[in-house]
Ligand binder design. Structure first.
Ligand code: NAD
Ligand code: GLY
Length: 362
């Protein structure tokens, strides 16, 4: 087992990474505050893992309640969030209790936001069950829900007490979802970790076949990279924005296609290639970086083209509601070399239009 730490002063917390980490409660129990635990999960994950966590916690004397949300990105909204508040109130959950997110990024983002809001904040633990949530969404404290007009537009920064990433739980994850997680893994290589990018080029087949050792390494290295960035800039005043490489394009795709039709990781994969393509067109990086990124994304079974039904105007309109927009100016994450990203509002609009054209299948 590996333990990493997200260094945030009094809000610091551990990330435990391993295979079969949660066969007993020794890692989990010390992070549970109070007597009450509410496990937030969904209808797909509950039959697989809820009973295990419920009995583990009950054996330690905790009072356990749970809420099963409907499954899917299209339910990541205020209406579903209310189901969590209702359950907490029904269980007479008090301020010293602990909300435990058991699921992927959708469950984690909603459970975290509920924990941030319920009685103005209760203790929160993340048990991510998808690769994407292990390498990205469970770490760093971004929580929230979507709005029909924009992705992740309502939320809060709220750090968990601990993250337990048990790679054994990935055995039940569908292949398409595994690939979606790999998109965020490739992201770290592109933005800040050239050596990791090279490792992925050499090991992508092991990762895609679900080799636990390769997956553990992916989770560990990704969390290390993310924790370093978050420790420098918890609330995204600057450097943290690089973690959003490709997300401005990706969020536009997700919103336009209807939440859940393109998986978040799929939209991010294409969006990252768009950002690298734009970096090439603006003379910032060699074309070979785009070629290598395209090969890796494709070997992970992720899309290398955008959808066919979005005009440049539609992209521009949706990208204008991105959280990185400042004073009406679009800001994007671009590369200055493989493993080095930066944030800029100095964007060549003609080149951007060429990029959008190039990613629309003819
Ligand atoms: P998800 O939560 O929708 O999970 C994907 C699917 O896999 C779901 O159907 C889920 O029920 C199922 N599933 C989960 N674990 C499983 C398991 N072990 N076995 C079988 N099935 C399982 O999607 P995701 O990719 O985990 O997360 C995407 C979300 O994360 C998006 O909403 C995105 O905005 C958010 N996100 C947040 C952050 C952040 O920093 N907070 C970062 C990246 C992404
Ligand atoms: N996934 C982007 C972030 O956590 O900042």
């Amino acid at each position: 087992m590996k333990t990493l730490k997200v260094e945030l002063g009094e809000r610091s917390y551990p990330i435990y990474i391993g295979t079969h980490l949660t066969h007993d409660a020794s890692l989990l129990a010390p992070h549970v505050h109070g007597k009450q635990v509410c496990v937030v999960t969904n209808a797909t994950i509950a039959p697989l893992y809820l009973e295990h966590y419920t009995s583990l916690l009950q054996q330690q004397g905790f009072e356990v309640s749970s809420v099963e949300l409907p499954d899917g990105e299209s339910y990541k909204n205020l209406e579903t969030l209310d189901l969590i508040f209702t359950r907490l109130l029904q269980a007479r959950f008090n301020r010293s209790g602990t909300v435990l997110a058991l699921g992927g990024g959708v469950v984690g983002d909603m459970a975290g936001f509920a924990a941030a809001c319920y009685q103005r904040g209760v203790n929160f633990i993340q048990v991510p069950t998808t690769l994407l949530s292990m390498v990205d969404s469970s770490v760093g404290g971004k929580t929230g829900v979507n709005h029909t007009l924009g992705k992740n537009m309502i939320g809060a920064f709220y750090q968990p007490q601990a993250v337990l990433a048990d790679v054994a739980q990935l055995a039940t994850l569908p292949k398409r979802e595994l690939a979606a997680g790999v998109a965020e893994v490739i992201k770290y290589g592109l933005i800040c970790d050239q050596m990791f990018f090279q490792w992925l080029e050499e090991n992508i087949d092991r990762v895609m076949s679900g080799d636990p050792e390769a997956l553990e390494y992916c989770v560990e290295r990704s969390c290390q990279d993310k924790a370093q960035v978050v420790a420098q800039d918890e609330r995204e005043g600057g450097i943290r924005a690089i973690l959003n490489l490709g997300h401005t394009f990706g969020h536009a795709i997700e919103t336009a296609q209807g939440y859940g039709n393109w998986l978040h990781g799929e939209a991010v994969a294409t969006g990252m290639l768009m950002a690298v393509d734009l970096s090439v067109r603006m003379g910032l990086v060699e074309n070979s970086v785009l070629e290598r990124a395209t090969v890796l994304v494709s070997r992970a079974g992720l899309p290398v083209m955008g959808p066919g039904n979005m005009s440049n105007e539609q992209y521009m309109e949706l990208m204008a509601v991105d959280k990185k927009v400042q004073d009406g100016r679009l800001r994007l994450i671009l590369l200055q070399q493989l493993g080095e990203a930066f944030v800029t509002s100095d964007i060549d609009i003609e080149a951007l239009n060429h990029t959008l054209d190039a990613f629309r299948p003819s």
